[in-house]
Ligand binder design. Structure first.
Ligand code: ACO
Length: 430
């Protein structure tokens, strides 16, 4: 294929360079289009636009491939496998850490797990029924008030320290928001516990009774966090990049990621999936009706946990989660009727021309809620758990953009369709 594309506008022909990814995928570089032709490009949901070059995560949506820094996602879930902290380091710093690097990072996570008491006190003033994603986003932003030394991180040590603070504290913020919603006393982190076990301890221990984390549960949560850790230029990551491109600090940029993730078409879909399965279980609707509603163009309902902008094949994370649901529930000696319903919905959808023709397959959110339920995580904390998992990815993407000296502020164009020049009409004449 030529390394240039020719675009003809009227009589004028211009050459546009074609750039190539390491997998051979090609993109037309239109960065000089406006300067050369006076034209912008129109791609309203950016479905056809690469906003950056990135070396963090690779996805082949047609083949259902996902790799972190080149390592297939399946290798993060089969023995011997890294844990979430190791995966986070890999994503942020671009290679697997050695023993000393990992030990040092772990120590930084331990040293930073407490929240400033000033932040802790703020939880008392939040209504008990406040959405945990609102608390997470606000408190993450608020960290900038208490750790002002990280408003600018020009040196690599500064980035490591800021990343460790965020990755460590996000668990504490999440657990405290849950405790607040239940009117339960806050449980301080335990430095003797590993990352996931410590989060579960802060969520579920009582002052007089330590929550005992079983290996199955710790393992399942590790896997869930790893599977959510990055997914290249999705909605929340793009939000982080847009905010970060203005040179906004890491805390503010990641708080924007939390806000975007909250939406039901993105990370919030894991809550919608469980609500949908519950409605089917309680008899509100049947799986068949659910599929009919999802296909009905006069109905705004969508089959949550199905479809993806990039995957036109099985989301490999959904495959892993589906298999894990069986394994983990069996190990815990639990059954969940919602899992049977999910399987039935998947079976119906995958044999229905509507879903087949549109290449709509289960995505990461379809089975993750069932596992989170098995771990004991309440539904309103599902998207918060997604955010804890995604945080290393946001940090990695923010760092990649920040380190790229050629990166500019992200500022799209528009095609204006509003009123032409119009005179102001004084109030008394209207
Ligand atoms: N149920 C029913 N129909 C669907 C679904 C669905 N879940 N997803 C897509 N479609 C249909 C659309 O109506 C559209 O049909 P049309 O061509 O007849 O108009 C076609 O499939 C293409 O869908 P788009 O909305 O154009 O696809 P897009 O790439 O913009 O959206 C998205 C992707 C938002 C994920 C969409 O599939 C969806 O809403 N899914 C349900 C919500 C969900 O599970 N979100 C989580 C995604 S994973 C994540 O973010 C972590």
């Amino acid at each position: 294929m030529a390394d240039k594309a020719i675009l003809q506008v009227g009589d004028k022909k211009i050459e546009l360079p074609i750039i190539e990814g390491v997998d051979g995928s090609k993109a037309i570089d239109i960065s000089q289009l406006l300067a050369q032709t006076g034209l912008t490009s129109y791609d309203p949901s950016l479905g056809n636009t690469a906003i950056c070059k990135s070396a963090i995560t690779y996805i082949d949506g047609d083949k259902g491939i996902l790799r972190y820094r080149g390592i297939p996602i399946e290798q993060f879930t089969a023995q011997p496998k890294p844990n979430f902290v190791e995966a986070a380091w890999l994503l942020i710093f671009g290679r697997l850490p050695n023993k000393a690097e990992l030990a040092e990072f772990r120590q930084q996570l331990i040293d930073n797990e407490l929240l400033h008491e000033g932040i802790k006190d703020q939880f008392q003033h939040i209504p008990a029924d406040a959405p945990p994603m609102a608390i997470l986003s606000a408190t993450m932003n608020n960290l900038a008030c208490f750790h002002k030394q990280f408003l600018e991180v020009e040196k690599p040590e500064g980035l490591v320290a800021a990343a460790a603070r965020l990755i460590s504290k996000v668990r504490t913020i999440a657990a405290f928001s849950y405790r607040r919603s239940r009117g339960l006393p806050f449980i301080y982190p335990d430095p003797g516990l590993r990352y996931c076990a410590n989060f579960l301890h802060m969520m579920f221990s009582l002052p007089y009774k330590q929550y005992i984390v079983t290996p199955e549960i710790e393992d399942a949560l590790n896997m869930i966090f790893i599977l959510h850790a990055d997914h290249e230029q999705n909605c929340s990551t793009s939000a982080v990049r847009v905010v970060g491109s203005a040179r906004a600090n890491l805390f503010a940029s990641c708080a924007a990621g939390v806000s975007a993730l909250w939406g039901p078409l993105h990370g919030g879909a894991n809550v919608e999936v469980i609500n949908m399965l519950e409605r089917i279980y309680q008899g509100g609707i049947s799986p068949e009706q659910c599929i009919r509603d999802a296909k009905d163009k006069n109905n705004s309902f969508r089959l949550f946990g199905f479809g993806h902008r990039v995957y036109r094949n099985f989301d490999p994370r959904a495959k892993i989660l589906k298999e894990s649901c069986d394994r983990v529930l069996a190990k815990m000696h639990r059954q969940d009727p919602l899992l049977d319903i999910a399987r039935r919905l998947e079976e119906l959808a995958l044999s229905d021309p509507y879903f087949v023709e549109r290449k709509l397959y289960p995505n990461v959110d379809f089975y993750s809620g069932i596992l989170l339920r098995a771990i004991g995580i309440p539904t309103n904390m599902f998207t918060v758990c997604f955010a804890i998992g995604r945080l290393p990815g946001w940090i990695a993407q923010w760092k990649e953009q920040h380190d790229d000296t050629s990166s500019k502020i992200l500022r799209p164009r528009q095609v204006y369709i509003g009123a032409q020049v119009t005179d102001y009409v004084p109030m008394e004449q209207r």
